[in-house]
Design a protein around this ligand. Sequence first.
Ligand SMILES: NC(=O)c1ccc[n+]([C@@H]2O[C@H](COP(=O)([O-])OP(=O)(O)OC[C@H]3O[C@@H](n4cnc5c(N)ncnc54)[C@H](O)[C@@H]3O)[C@@H](O)[C@H]2O)c1
Length: 337
Amino acid sequence: MSKVPVLVTGGAGYIGSHAVLALKDAGWPVTVIDNLVTGFRFAIPDGVAFYQGDIADQDLLARIIAEQNIGAIMHFAGSIIVPESVSDPLKYYHNNTAKTRSLIEAAVTGGVKHFIFSSTAATYGVPEVSPVTEDSAKQPINPYGMSKLMSEIMLADTARAHPLNFCVLRYFNVAGADPQARTGQSTAGATHLIKVAVEAALGKRESVGVFGTDFATPDGTGVRDYIHVSDLANAHVLALDALIADPARSLTMNCGYGRGFSVLEVLDAVDRVTNRKINRVLQGRRAGDPDSLISDNSRIKATLPWVPRYADLDTIIAHAIAWERKLTEIRGENSAG
Ligand SMILES: NC(=O)c1ccc[n+]([C@@H]2O[C@H](COP(=O)([O-])OP(=O)(O)OC[C@H]3O[C@@H](n4cnc5c(N)ncnc54)[C@H](O)[C@@H]3O)[C@@H](O)[C@H]2O)c1
C-alpha cells in the first residue's frame, strides 16, 4: 500500500495524538497542525513536523500542504464540549463548521485527495433504536452534534464536485490511552466518565456524579459504548488505506464495539482495577441523555480489516490509569495515586 504524507489537524489533542502514533508506528510520514487551545505540545512525538496555527489560516495550510507534500488530511481539530455548545452555539458553528469548510477548501485548492473526518454519535441525537446504524435518522439535539453533521454534509458535497474522497467516522464514547502510555487524555476538567472516574480513584477528585438512576437499563444508569482510543486510531489508518485503494469510494462508519456498559458498571470496574472505592454521588438526569447509546459496528467490520485489540473494559481502564499517573509526573501534580 502506498503511503502518502498525512496532515493531522488537532494532533496535539487526545484522539489526534493517538492517530499520530498509529500513523507513525505504521510508517506514514506525519505532520501536525494544532493551535494548542486544548492540545499539548508534549503530546506530539519526535519526528513529526509541527505547525502551531489555526486550521482556518488558508495561507498556512497552503504552505504546509506544499512543504510537506500532503496527500491526505485527518481532521480532529475542533471544540467538543456539548453543554458549552448549547450556551455558545456560534463558537461551535465557527470552530467546527466554518473552519472545517475553510480546511476542506484548502484541501481542494492544494490538491489533497483524501480526507478523514472525526464525527460523532451526537449526529444521531436520541436514537429511536439501539444499536444505532449509520442509516439511522440524523437528528442532533445540540449545536455540537449539528456542527459536525453540517461538516459531514459539506464534505460529501465537495467530494461529489472535486477529486477528493472522504471517510466520516462517527465515534461513540472514546476512552483509554496508548498502551505504552506515550499519550492519553490530558485535558484539565474533562467530562468523559472514565477519565473522571480515574481521576477520582487517584485522589484528584472528591467524587463522581452519576447523572440519572431511572433510565430504562438493567441498573437504571445510562449505558454507553466505550471504545479504546488506540483501536479508534487504528481504524483511521485502515480507513486511509481504503480511501487510497479506491479513490472513487467514500465511506461513513460508526466506531464502537457494539456493546455497552452502564455508569455503575464502569465505576465498579475502576474500583476493581485500582482496588479502591470511588465516592458516587447520585444525581438527576441531564437533559437529552439517552438511556442507551450503542453502535451497530457491522459496517466498519465488513469494510475494513479492523480487529479491536483493547475492547476489554478493565484494559481500557488500566491504560487510562497508567496515563493518569504519567500525567501526574509530567505535571508534577500532587496526587494520592
Ligand atoms: N472525545 C470523544 O469522546 C469524541 C467523541 C466523538 C467525536 N470526537 C471528535 O474527535 C475530535 C478530537 O477530539 P478530542 O477528544 O481529541 O479533543 P481535544 O480537545 O483533545 O483535541 C482537539 C484538538 O484540536 C485543537 N484545535 C481546536 N480548534 C482548533 C483550530 N481551530 N485550529 C487548530 N487546532 C485546533 C486543540 O488544540 C486540540 O489539540 C473532535 O473533532 C471531536 O469532536 C471526540
